[in-house]
Design a protein around this ligand. Structure first.
Ligand code: AKG
Ligand code: FE2
Length: 374
């Protein structure tokens, strides 16, 4: 067989699914028993993960700075704040341990999300919509409406605040989903607020002794802020070297609190390399989002990250994304603008972000680039 013919027949084999099958998600595709990654999911060579042997060695793992949340509340707060500052400046990521959210609450949340993704397709499909503003949205890929190449990921997104307003929209199956997700979302919200207090202190904007913010009520506004939870499901992939679970992106909010199961997959960009985050059982991986980079006037960094998939195991993660209320304008804190460090970003808001991601390629940190002043 000539190479041209063999390429063509390979393409036909890969493309045996009708195009609309891809809209139903990657889990559905796997349930229909595929042996090869369809063309729709194959990334250009330059964007594919590096799967050479040495890239799986420890050299490509990263141990993120670990913040002991219990210590942060005790006499060593000052030292922990220093580590926190360092983590936010150097990595844009850290892991939080001893955070006070019980292992039961964590495993119940992961477990109920796993059971959601295992429901019959018709049950999951009820929540499928491409309306980015829907209070509950089951979908696939990254930006399903506009991705040319699809990612190996399905997700369930739920708006979480205020819980009583949104609860009746959340999936009614599995039967315990609403209860588990409601209590988990409130616990992560409290943890987020405590972490933000520490972060504001590390920026010199809050003082524990005086219990006041120098920044106009930012903490109060964050208490009323937006929260979105995203459960991500990355099914086993027959050819993980050809695709990604999520493309390089940064998160839009102030902080994302991510719960990952024991399966590796998250990579962050560090010193121009992609490094895999080693999971710590029951810890949260926390990352700075675009809004905190803007608010800190560029001192804290919202870092690109992506997700690899694997051949053996389904990976399920739950991300909780927090910001100010959706309609609120995000701007650099006036306290952090000086002659030496002039204002670096334009005002922005959630609507501008949504508009941007529905129209552009979010692969590079393009949204932040689009609002940079210098
Ligand atoms: O699943 C992961 O490891 C990362 C998820 C993520 O980056 C996101 O939901 O924004
Ligand atoms: Fe993310």
């Amino acid at each position: 067989m000539s190479p041209a013919i063999s390429l063509q027949s390979e393409k036909r084999m890969r493309d045996s699914q009708p195009e609309n099958q891809y809209q139903n998600g990657v889990k559905h595709l796997c349930e229909n028993g595929i042996k090869k990654v369809p063309e729709k999911y194959i990334f250009p060579v330059t964007d594919r993960p590096d799967t050479r042997k040495e890239s799986h060695s420890n050299k490509t793992n990263i141990k993120l700075p670990v913040i002991d949340f219990a210590e942060l509340q005790g006499p060593n707060r000052f030292q922990v704040l220093e580590s926190l500052t360092d983590a936010c400046e150097q990595y844009g990521f850290f892991q939080v341990v001893n955070h006070g959210i019980s292992t039961d609450a964590i495993s119940s949340m992961t477990d109920v999300c796993k059971r959601f993704f295992e429901l019959p397709f018709d049950e999951r499909h009820k929540y499928m919509t491409t309306d980015m503003k829907a209070p509950v949205r089951y979908g696939t890929s990254f930006s399903q409406n506009k991705d040319g190449v699809y990612c190996w990921r399905d997700f369930l997104k739920v708006v979480c605040h205020p819980v009583p307003d949104v609860l009746s929209h959340w999936p009614s199956s599995p039967q315990d989903l609403r209860e588990q997700a409601a209590s988990y979302s409130m616990e992560t919200r409290n943890l987020f607020l405590m972490l933000m207090r520490a972060i504001l202190e590390s920026l010199g904007l809050w003082s524990a002794e005086m219990n006041i913010t120098k920044e106009n009520d930012i903490l109060e506004e964050l208490q009323e802020g937006s929260q979105m939870m995203v459960a991500n499901c990355y099914p086993p992939c027959p050819e993980p070297e050809l695709t990604l679970g999520m493309p390089p992106h940064s998160d839009y909010g102030f902080l994302t609190l991510l719960l990952q199961d024991e399966v590796k997959g998250l990579q962050i960009q560090f010193e121009e390399k992609w490094l895999t985050v080693e999971p710590i059982p029951n810890a949260f991986v926390v990352n700075i989002g675009d809004h905190l980079e803007v608010f800190s006037n560029g001192r804290y960094r919202s870092v690109l990250h992506r997700v690899l998939v694997n051949q053996e195991k389904t990976r399920v993660t739950v991300a909780s994304l927090h910001s100010l209320p959706f309609e609120r304008v995000i701007q650099p804190s006036p306290q952090l603008i000086t002659k030496e460090n002039p204002r670096r970003y334009k005002d922005t808001d959630f609507a501008t972000f949504l508009e941007y991601i529905s129209s552009c390629d979010p692969k590079k940190k393009a949204f932040l680039e689009s609002i940079k002043l210098c």
